[in-house]
Design a protein around this ligand. Structure first.
Ligand SMILES: [Fe+2]
Length: 266
């Protein structure tokens, strides 16, 4: 259990100064992390022009915030500790936001940014109080300036989150649409797979299945080129949908099926 004595004002100030220096170093590490995160995000947000511009301006602010903290540490007779900074960067809050950006998840990155900004806001509010308690009220204006910048960034991200979310979905839908409708002449790999394109693993399994079924019915093993409606029974269900339709519904159905596929390809 902690012993509690009534501290003298000097001791109180001394403890506050210790906490202030510690807090300033942590905030400095957070700003370094913020700069690294924002730099990474800058490269990947060109499809989101408003977000891109806001990230750019907050990157400039964050660099300046780091310099303000170095000045504050100087004023406390301390320096930004490299060892402490490194530890914070390895264990640091915000590391996840850089990593999450590796998979191009803009939305996930923005959610992480909001969390990061809220953490910085809490940190600066605490520093403002510590500066007063440590007898360093001259640090208050620069800490409050940074605090207001962090609040503005957090508010911007939260206000724009619905628009960013919509844009993210629109971009994903555009990519999905392009994958579903490849340029004319280009085969959709998924379609090749489903139909068992020659040489594919699916085709090999289908060929093996046909051979087994043919053996079971006492017929000669059919060939893999079951696409064309030959008129003769192959003794097994053709793997290709067009051929299957030909076997069951006749040539008109085949024409329809091909028209459908042609329309899809366009
Ligand atoms: Fe910041």
């Amino acid at each position: 259990m902690t012993r509690t004595l009534d501290p003298t004002p000097d001791t109180l100030r001394e403890a506050a100064l210790e906490a202030l220096v510690d807090g300033l170093r942590n905030a400095h590490a957070l700003e370094k992390q913020a700069v690294a995160t924002l730099e990474a995000q800058l490269d990947r947000t060109e499809d989101h022009p408003d977000l891109h511009a806001r990230i750019r301006s907050h990157l400039l602010e964050s660099r300046e915030q780091g310099r303000r903290l170095e000045g504050a540490l100087d004023a406390c007779g301390a320096s930004s500790s490299v060892a402490k900074d490194l530890m914070m960067r390895v264990l640091g809050f915000g590391q996840a936001s850089v990593q999450s950006f590796a998979d191009d998840a803009v939305l996930k990155a923005v959610l992480a940014d909001i969390m990061f900004e809220r953490m910085e806001i809490a940190s600066y509010r605490s520093l403002v109080e510590l500066a007063d308690m440590a007898g360093k009220p001259e640090l208050r204006p620069r800490l409050e300036e940074t605090l207001h910048e962090e609040e503005a960034m957090a508010e911007w991200l939260e206000e724009n989150l619905p628009a960013i979310t919509r844009r993210h979905v629109e971009i994903s839908a555009g990519e999905l649409e392009a994958a579903k409708n490849p340029p004319k002449g280009a085969r959709n790999p998924a379609e090749d797979q489903a139909e068992g394109a020659p040489g594919s693993a699916v085709a090999a399994v289908q060929e093996e299945t046909r051979a087994r079924e043919a053996r079971a019915h006492g017929s000669p093993a059919p060939t893999a080129t079951a696409d064309a409606p030959s008129g003769g029974s192959l003794g097994a269900t053709p793997a290709n949908p067009t051929a299957r339709r030909a076997a069951s519904d006749g040539p008109d159905a085949v024409r329809e099926a091909r028209d459908e596929r042609g329309a899809k390809a366009r």
